[in-house]
Structure formats: structure tokens, C-alpha cells
Write a protein that binds this ligand. Structure first.
Ligand SMILES: C[S@@+](CC[C@H](N)C(=O)[O-])C[C@H]1O[C@@H](n2cnc3c(N)ncnc32)[C@H](O)[C@@H]1O
Length: 293
């Protein structure tokens, strides 16, 4: 998640914790740049548990995707390679990680280089369009919390399909819009999150089939997390747990142009919009797993 209404630079905010490019998420979920979409009231109630929750969530996804020792994974939109390192550590996978953010690629390499195991098992590539993707075949491809940034989903599914071995799996885990989502809702979403290319539930399946997949083998809807525990605890925990930490680093009125309070307010505005969209049935969060034909 990232606010498009930025009053700070994502590099600077993440850099304060040694995670350039992570923005405010470095403070919430460390090197995992996705929400911990677990239906777990106690986790949402405790800000110290959001980072571990985001890691736990990746493990749950890895099991759904069928990752096991030796599985070759393509991570599309790898962020800081937090999920990739976890796939190596907990599942003994090897990962080809790609991102269109130079900052994320650089931070990923720095973090991976800290351990010979990560350096040897994860290769990180900067991609910026046709001809820049790596071409080694993979058993599993996955994308976490990034589809909303991709302008042409069909094209991405096609590229992934080309790299997957027959019967290989694609797992996508993302915000997805229902047909109730209007243009005006999408504009609001884009205002806060910079991008507005949400996948549409009504199109995902046919687009995947067109790109060479069978219909999804798993669809897990997590909208209830956004209507339940996340809705109940997100704002209180941001205010009581994270705001004091950001204020200690970027106090009110220090004149540097960066304000912890402003950051938290912007982020709350953005996330509260999604919570309203979940509640009105316009938005949901889904894990979709499909098998290559
Ligand atoms: C919100 S972050 C999520 C990172 C990571 N999946 C995670 O969960 O920690 C989105 C990532 O997708 C990348 N991304 C967005 N559009 C992309 C594209 N078209 N091709 C490759 N990477 C892309 C961004 O640069 C960023 O690294």
C-alpha cells in the first residue's frame, strides 16, 4: 500500500528503518509490503503483531500455491523481497524476483546480500516492459498486492503463462473490485494510492483462461477481514501504536517538511477509503490460484 497523496518520500520514511522504498509500511509490516489479511482479531488489535502477521500470511499463501523444497518461484512485483526471503527460509524455494521500482530492486539486493542463503537462492531483476523479463521457466508464479499498479493485466498473465511449466500455478493476492465499483470510486482510490488498475472480479477468470490457464482452483475471499477486525482496529492501532513512533522521528513543527502526524493522517484517509469500499460491497481482497494448461 502506498499513499499517492504523499507529503513525504517513501525512500526517506523507509530508510529510517533501513528499508528504503518501503514508506510508512516499513513501520507497520517491516519488509512485507502487503496487509496481513488474516481473520485474526488479536493480531489486528496489536500493532506489534502486524509484521509477524504479514509473514504468517505469506506462509498461508505459499501452502495454497503448493510451494515446497526446490520449487522455482517467480515473484512478480517483489517489493523488498520480504516474501521471497520467507519462501527461501520456510519453504526452501528458489525465487526469481522482479520489480519495476529501481529503489525496491536496490533495497532487495542489499537485504538479500546479508545472507549467503538469500543471495544464492534469490535473483532480483529490474523490469520495465517487453523484453526485460527473465526467461527461466518456473513452477509457481505469484503476485502479492501489486495488480492494482499494473495497467494491462492480460499482458501480465500472458507473460507469466509463458514462463510457467505445464501444470504450474499462478497465485494472485490483491484488492479486487466488484461490478458495484464506479469510475468515481476508482478515481478516489487512485487519488490515495496513486494507481487505480484494480482487477475486476467479473473479468479475472476469463482473462486467466484467455492467457492459457484453467479456471481458478482456489478463490479465497478475504473481504470479511476488511469489514471485520481490520475495520475495528486499524485506526485505533494507527493512532495509539504507530503515531507515537512516527512522531518521535518526525515531530510536529520541526520545519523539515515531513510530519509523522501528516503521514499517519494521509495513510488513514487512504485505508479508511478501502474499508468503506469493503463495507459497501464495491471492493474485496482475494487470493486466486490458477493452473497453467
Ligand atoms: C505494494 S508493493 C508489494 C510488494 C510485495 N509483493 C510484497 O507483498 O511485499 C508492489 C510492488 O509491485 C511492483 N510493481 C508494480 N507494477 C509492476 C509491474 N508492472 N511489473 C513489475 N513490478 C511491478 C512495485 O514496484 C512494487 O515493488
Amino acid at each position: 500500500m502506498r499513499s499517492g497523496n504523499l507529503h513525504y518520500r517513501a525512500e526517506e520514511v523507509g530508510d529510517a528503518l533501513g528499508l528504503p522504498g518501503a514508506g510508512i509500511l516499513a513501520w507497520l509490516t517491516d519488509d512485507q509490503l502487503h496487509p496481513p489479511m488474516l481473520d485474526d482479531e488479536e493480531m489486528w488489535r496489536d500493532g506489534d503483531r502486524w509484521g509477524p502477521g504479514a509473514r504468517e500470511y505469506v506462509s498461508e499463501l505459499a501452502l495454497l500455491a503448493g510451494v515446497r523444497p526446490g520449487t522455482r518461484v517467480l515473484d512478480v512485483g517483489c517489493g523488498l523481497c520480504g516474501p521471497a526471503r520467507l519462501l527461501v527460509d520456510r519453504f526452501e524455494a528458489t525465487v526469481t524476483a522482479i520489480s519495476n521500482s529501481g529503489t525496491h530492486v536496490a533495497t532487495s539486493r542489499t537485504l538479500n546480500d546479508r545472507s549467503p542463503r538469500h543471495r544464492g537462492s534469490i535473483s532480483v531483476h529490474y523490469v520495465d516492459g517487453p523484453g526485460t523479463w527473465p526467461d527461466r521457466p518456473v513452477d509457481v508464479a505469484w503476485s502479492l498486492n501489486m495488480l492494482y499498479q499494473v495497467p494491462d493485466h492480460r499482458e501480465m498473465y500472458g507473460r507469466v503463462s509463458d514462463l510457467l511449466v505445464p501444470a504450474g500455478r499462478l497465485l494472485m493476492d490483491d484488492w479486487m473490485a466488484t461490478d458495484l465499483m464506479t469510475e468515481s470510486d476508482l478515481r478516489s482510490f487512485g487519488h490515495h494510492f496513486q494507481y487505480r488498475n484494480l482487477a475486476r472480479i467479473s473479468r479475472v477468470e476469463s482473462e486467466l483462461v484467455d492467457a492459457g490457464f484453467y479456471p481458478a482452483v482456489h478463490v479465497v475471499d478475504r473481504g470479511e477481514v476488511g469489514r471485520g477486525p481490520m475495520r475495528r482496529h486499524f485506526e485505533p492501532v494507527m493512532t495509539s501504536h504507530f503515531l507515537p513512533r512516527l512522531l518521535a522521528r518526525w515531530p510536529d513543527g520541526d520545519g523539515a517538511g515531513v510530519s509523522g502526524r501528516r503521514m499517519v493522517r494521509d495513510f488513514l484517509d487512504a485505508v479508511n477509503l478501502t474499508l468503506d469500499l469493503y463495507s459497501s460491497g464495491k471492493l474485496t481482497y482475494r487470493t486466486v490460484v490458477a493452473v497453467k494448461r
